[in-house]
Write a protein that binds this ligand. Sequence first.
Ligand SMILES: Nc1ncnc2c1ncn2[C@@H]1O[C@H](COP(=O)(O)OP(=O)(O)OP(=O)(O)O)[C@@H](O)[C@H]1O
Ligand SMILES: [Mg+2]
Length: 232
Amino acid sequence: MKKKKVISAHNTELDSRMGGGLPTGSLTLIEGGSGAGKSVLSQQIMWGALQDGFIVSAFSSENSVKSLVTQMKSIDLDIFDFLLMGKFKLYPMELSHLGEDAVETLISAMQQEGEMGRDMIVIDSFTSAIVHAKSQRTVLHFFEECKRLCSKGVTVLVTIHADGVNNDMMSPIRSMCDGHLNLKSAQDGQKLVKTLEVAKIRGAASVTGSIFGFDVEPGWGMRVIPISKARG
Ligand SMILES: Nc1ncnc2c1ncn2[C@@H]1O[C@H](COP(=O)(O)OP(=O)(O)OP(=O)(O)O)[C@@H](O)[C@H]1O
Ligand SMILES: [Mg+2]
């Protein structure tokens, strides 16, 4: 099968709001607070990648293989067959346990995955590694290494809970990334709705700056919803 040049979420509404998807070989940051949808969005994109024949490895600070399979199934994203076929691998990681060494350990693990020909690497979430990192330089070194993987064609997705991270740290990270998806909860009249701001996606200028609302529905997944303050 000839591989596509973008990684789409295989969710028509989401893909159109994101300009078709993430270009392969790009580095994307998914940023947002607790429950904003970072994990669900990364799961949706991983699933889309798998549907198109890409080989995906994920590093998770939140899930075991079993809990991820269950979680994804709960939003209609069944990855069991991909696990069996070796098209998807999950590495649970204990970043706080690794302390100062978390970043370096993660870099070498990702490099190994890159050498094994993975098309996509997802880190959900990187927050704890930042919090425990020796210095800002260590963290920026991580993103440089991500870009090195991207230059070899690997698509990298990193989630960060920005509330726990110093803004001086976030701005250089945001600018190093080719894509930046910012998730928030916003008040829409009486309701609190989840929003996704496409802060940037390389090669998709038309969607840059657009904001849309979404909901996570059990048994269905991410559904784009109209919100009065949405511009996108
Ligand atoms: N199967 C499901 N059915 C309904 N809602 C769900 C389902 N799975 C996740 N959600 C909801 O989707 C929202 C986003 O969850 P998600 O785990 O992606 O957040 P997050 O940004 O990763 O948060 P955290 O920083 O805590 O990891 C939450 O409100 C969660 O309750
Ligand atoms: Mg999460």
